[in-house]
Design a protein around this ligand. Structure first.
Ligand SMILES: Cc1ncc(COP(=O)(O)O)c(C=O)c1O
Length: 387
């Protein structure tokens, strides 16, 4: 791995890896051939199609290997939002019940929440939103109580993008599947950050997102368990097993494949454990230097190793980040940064508005160094002390 990423040199310390990750130079290398000589259409039966076709299938195998799936169960799509929409709308529309119900929870990403709302608006689907507790967790008992014989799908994220809290997916999926409904997990933030295996999780559908794991934006994958029936969002030439028509973007698929292979290597080498240590050192330093003022949003244990969401008493998150020019971080999810209302995720956890407006999300990644975190801590402490 290169020690310094070219996109991070001589710029503010990047602590916004949950918004998007820098593209790994090794991933760029893997995609370049398919932007140049390997331009052919992977569906062509002549020589020009053979190389891109092989690259596409290699990428499918690499993504499948990272999550413990079969290559045939991986469908390439254009974004995490598309993967979520294909899972939620595709599963519910394929089920054929008269009045299907879908169960989700209040702190899901808008890609899931809006897909559910569209199903309600356009198809009369009943949507049940489970609450979360102060740690941001869904209760398995509440899920069990919400299921009916009309439940087509349950969609619960693996890790929250703002707090990093990890939901008890295998337990929630087991309860769901025992009832006969399908289980979708938006694992956009979890894949590559923590070890994850679809057989252990016991899910039917799982979202994987390239730009959260060092591949470019505009590529994602949906794991679809063999035998699960989905209605496509895009109809056409039958690519991707008929689930996503359109000539495949081979370069981006190759990038996601390479990123998946690198993620597997990094996890095997314990990179996530080292990131958690760095994150905890930053948290402890802030807490010691600002006694009684640093509040952790979300649980101490059972969260993504790279995510620190804190509120510092006496200063709004937005003011803090504006006053600290040396750090690039966000006050909430990327979609809400710049907003002056508290994050709906923190509100749903029962945190008051002062705490919600105080929140800053510091998310670390592959190129975060101890020196970066020293500088970040110094600047945050100086500004918070003068507030
Ligand atoms: C949990 C979660 N789901 C879905 C998405 C959507 O991914 P994309 O931006 O590729 O549409 C994101 C990205 O912010 C996310 O954090």
């Amino acid at each position: 791995m290169t020690l310094v990423h070219p996109g991070l040199q001589n710029r503010p310390v990047y602590l916004d890896y949950n918004a998007t990750t820098p593209v790994d130079p090794r991933v760029v290398e893997a995609m370049v051939p398919y932007l140049a000589d390997g331009f052919g259409n992977p569906s062509s039966v002549h020589l020009y199609g053979a190389e891109p076709k092989a690259a596409l299938e290699c990428a499918r195998t690499q993504v499948a290997a990272l999550i413990g799936a079969e290559a045939a169960e991986v469908v390439f799509v254009g974004s995490g939002s598309e993967a979520d929409n294909l899972a939620v709308r595709g599963a519910v529309l394929a089920v054929g019940y008269d009045l299907p119900q879908v169960v989700t929870q209040v702190t899901e990403h808008p890609a899931v929440l809006e897909a559910c709302q569209a199903l309600a608006r356009l198809h009369g689907v009943e949507v049940t939103y489970l609450p979360v507790d102060r740690d941001g967790l869904v209760s398995p008992a509440a899920l069990a109580a919400a299921l009916t014989e009309r439940t087509a799908l349950v969609s619960i994220m693996a890790a929250n993008n703002e707090t990093g809290v990890l939901q008890p997916i295998s337990e929630l999926a087991r309860i769901t599947r025992a009832s006969g409904a399908l289980f979708h997990c938006d694992a956009a933030q979890a894949v590559g950050k923590v070890p994850l295996d679809i057989e252990e999780l016991d899910v039917d559908l799982l979202t994987v997102v390239g730009h959260k794991m060092y591949a470019p934006k505009g590529i994602a994958a949906l794991y679809v368990r063999a035998g699960v029936d989905l209605e496509p969002l895009v109809y056409g030439g039958g690519q991707e097993g008929g689930l996503r028509a359109g000539t495949e973007n081979v370069a981006l698929a190759a990038a996601l494949g390479a990123a998946a292979e690198l993620a597997a290597q990094e996890l095997a080498a314990g990179a996530h454990l080292r990131i958690a240590e760095q994150r905890d050192r930053l948290h402890n330093r802030l807490a010691e230097s600002l006694p009684g003022r640093v509040r952790l949003n979300g649980p101490l244990h059972g969260r993504l190793p790279n995510t620190l969401n804190i509120s510092i008493d006496g200063i709004m998150g937005r003011d803090l980040l504006t006053a600290v020019p040396g750090i690039a971080a966000s006050t909430g999810s990327a979609c809400h940064s710049g907003d002056s209302t508290p994050s709906p995720v923190l509100r749903a956890m029962g945190l008051d508005d002062a705490r919600g407006l105080g929140a800053v999300r510091l998310s670390l990644g592959r190129w975060t160094t101890p020196a970066d975190l020293d500088l970040a801590a110094e600047q945050l402490i100086t500004v918070a002390r003068s507030a």
